[in-house]
Design a protein around this ligand. Structure first.
Ligand SMILES: C[S@@+](CC[C@H](N)C(=O)[O-])C[C@H]1O[C@@H](n2cnc3c(N)ncnc32)[C@H](O)[C@@H]1O
Length: 312
């Protein structure tokens, strides 16, 4: 299996600024690409890494063997960062979404291009598989997954089709599920779209099963609380729902209106950080050509104020 190609690595490192003894919290270890780059960038940097996928911990063992006391790994969901025992960090990274290890393993059920069980759990030790979710979830939860999280325009047809397919076995296999959804949205000519017609629905189901948006909402303030004064937080997201959550949180921390409808009086805002990216950083053409999975990536960075400037 091909290794995971870290996305926007040089850009992330430039913001995270590894210098001697800088402490990084990597909330999404994956294949350890960003973590290794940070450890190699300067002497005596340290990395505390977490990931909720049990398979990430076996990859972490290799990094630990190489960097010893400079690296530690915790098998944890970043939505529960408050359970992390260690203290403050100078740099924090969240590189959201899936690793290539997850996408390219048919048994994980993330890809409609590979035949496998419809599982889609980042942490298969918890919760229910996506197949079980599709069989049992109330209609409104399916609507939330397909319409709200997947942003599928023909969500109504997809939801009805899923409900009608219950009990037939079709919802339990990636290939038959993708075929079913493609039929519901109406097949487009191959050249009319780069994406498979089931792309959006698969994304929505995956987000729902893993509670991805809730975990991100929980993680951002918990991570910011662990950031030392002057420290920098970088988030790389892969779809607009994640990016919106990050953008709004970062703007709130910077004491700015979160969105155009945010009318909170300025005197009630508290500035705790500085936006280092007004617009998200996107990968260049060269990176996208080398690693097509990077094409939707957006990086945002926020710096916590120095202690003397932190209000309240
Ligand atoms: C895009 S990959 C990270 C790749 C990594 N930066 C690298 O260079 O190899 C995202 C990783 O985040 C993990 N992840 C996603 N959501 C998580 C969560 N809520 N808690 C902990 N880990 C999570 C996934 O299991 C996956 O391994």
């Amino acid at each position: 299996m091909a290794a995971h190609q870290p996305v926007l690595q040089a850009e992330a490192l430039a913001f995270l600024n590894p210098c001697t003894h800088t402490r990084l919290l990597d909330c999404t270890f994956g294949g350890g690409g960003h973590a290794r780059a940070f450890l190699n960038a300067a002497p005596n940097t340290t990395v505390t890494a977490i990931d909720c996928d049990p398979e990430a911990s076996s990859r972490a063992v290799v990094v630990e063997a190489q960097f010893r006391s400079r690296f530690s790994f915790h098998d944890l969901n970043f939505g529960q960062l408050d359970r992390l025992p260690e203290g403050d960090f100078d740099a924090i990274l969240l590189d959201l979404g899936l690793s290539s290890f997850q996408l390219d393993t048919p048994e994980r059920g993330f890809s409609f291009r590979l035949e496998g069980p419809v599982d889609m759990r980042l942490n298969p030790r918890e919760g229910i598989s996506a197949g079980e979710f599709l069989e049992k979830a109330p209609r409104e939860e399916l609507v939330r997954a397909i319409r709200d999280h997947g942003e599928e325009k023909r969500w109504w047809r997809v939801v009805e089709t899923i409900l009608n397919a219950r009990g037939t076995g079709t919802l339990g296999k990636t290939a038959s599920l993708a075929e079913l959804i493609a039929g519901a949205v109406g097949r487009r000519p191959y050249h009319a779209s780069r994406n498979h017609p089931a792309t959006k629905s698969f994304q929505g189901i995956r987000i729902a099963v893993n509670r991805e948006l809730e975990n991100l909402q929980n993680a951002l303030p918990l991570a910011f609380a662990r950031l030392a004064p002057g420290g920098v937080m970088v988030v790389i997201s892969f779809h607009s729902l994640e990016d919106r959550i990050v953008k709004r949180f970062f703007r709130r921390m910077a004491g700015k209106p979160e969105h155009s409808g945010d009318s909170l009086p300025q005197q009630l805002r508290q500035r705790k950080g500085t936006l280092l990216t007004n617009r998200p950083v996107r990968p260049g053409e060269e990176e996208v050509a080398l690693n097509p999975r990077s094409r939707s990536a957006r990086l945002r960075a926020l710096q916590k104020l120095e202690l003397e400037h932190l209000e309240g």
